[in-house]
Design a protein around this ligand. Structure first.
Ligand code: ATP
Ligand code: MG
Length: 316
């Protein structure tokens, strides 16, 4: 049984060409292991090396060094291809075909038997909310509609592993919501594992179990989101029970105030400043009040920026 659906060790890629004196190091010693059943977000700024990694995993380019296995087999093993659903960063479609015709061709290439092909194509068109456009030519589709067709072809074969390069690109808020439902559905209904790159960090935070962050070809961190974000924030959340004049004064300086009960409030402070600490100390000594202070976790976006800025500061 495969414990990890993707495993890489010191995976490295230098792009070299005849006009370059020195090769362009796109990926440096990437070592990651993605557990079976996981929804994994692969993050990093433009040029970080995400597409390069995905192309290696799909056997489209060869690494300069290191090893990679997918579904327990070497990345270039042809037998695993039918168990992977893949959405490339710039998918190519045939504009003269209708959505149904295009997906039928994909289904034939995936060797989906004739007796279930039509039904499966209709099923995925329904999942990506493109049923009304079944007979429309792909050449007439918008960016987001094309992306939906790309996602549809990736799930045609009910794959064990989905590898998606920026699947949220071009989708409107409805499309993004539907995509999240599709991914969670693939995980729960077909026990699929999902590995996808994205710049939409709020969506990644919502559906991913684990993430990794790449910067300039190097891995900065990887692991379950809950573990990475735990206790790392700069802010404070203050729970107040019973409000008196001193608490009212604190409220005016809070970044956000939420009433949580008849005489309960939750105050959020983005930064833990010395002035705030002094005010909280004073409140604690005030008597009669219940004041609970806890450190706020970073959201993924704040965590991402912090990691990238820390890394860029080391290198510059
Ligand atoms: N075919 C190529 N030849 C030379 N250099 C390349 C090639 N493809 C990518 N690179 C370089 O490799 C580095 C990583 O690129 P890659 O496309 O993997 O980044 P990415 O993380 O997918 O970025 P984005 O978020 O913009 O999609 C970049 O410096 C890029 O210029
Ligand atoms: Mg890319």
């Amino acid at each position: 049984m495969e414990e990890f659906v993707i495993q890489t060790e010191n995976l490295t890629k230098d792009y070299s060409s005849w006009f370059r004196k020195t090769p362009n190091p796109a990926l440096k010693d990437l070592t990651i292991a993605i557990p079976k059943g996981c929804i994994f977000g692969f993050l990093g700024p433009n040029g970080a090396g995400k597409t390069t990694t995905i192309k290696i995993l799909m056997g489209l380019i060869r690494p300069t060094g290191g090893t990679a296995s997918v579904l327990g087999k070497p990345y270039d093993d042809v037998e695993i291809k039918n168990r992977i659903g893949f959405l490339p960063d710039s998918p190519a479609f045939t504009p003269s075909l209708s959505a149904q015709e295009f997906l039928d061709v994909c289904a034939r290439l995936l060797k989906i038997p004739g007796n279930v092909r039509k039904q499966r194509v209709a099923e995925v068109l329904e999942i990506v909310r493109m049923s009304p456009h079944t007979k429309s030519k792909i050449g007439t589709f918008s960016r987001g509609m094309l992306q939906r067709i790309g996602i549809a072809q990736a799930i045609l074969n009910r794959p064990d592993l989905l590898i998606l390069d920026e699947p949220l690109l071009g989708l409107d808020p409805y499309g993004r919501q539907e995509f999240k439902e599709i991914i969670l559905g693939q995980k729960h209904d077909f026990r699929a594992s999902v590995f996808f790159s994205s710049h939409i960090l709020s969506d990644v935070e919502e559906i991913c179990d684990s993430i990794s962050i790449l910067n300039k070809g190097r891995l900065l961190c990887a692991g379950p989101i809950s573990r990475l974000l735990a206790g790392g924030g700069n802010g404070l959340t203050v729970e107040i029970h019973n409000c008196d004049e001193a608490v009212k004064e604190l409220m005016t300086s809070a970044d956000n105030v939420k009433k949580t009960g008849a005489s309960d409030w939750e105050l959020s402070f983005a930064q833990k400043t010395p002035e705030l600490a002094a005010k909280l100390d004073a409140l604690g000594a005030h008597g009669g009040e219940t004041v609970k202070v806890r450190q706020t976790n970073d959201d993924l976006e704040t965590f991402f920026f912090r990691k990238i800025e820390e890394d860029n500061a080391i290198k510059s």
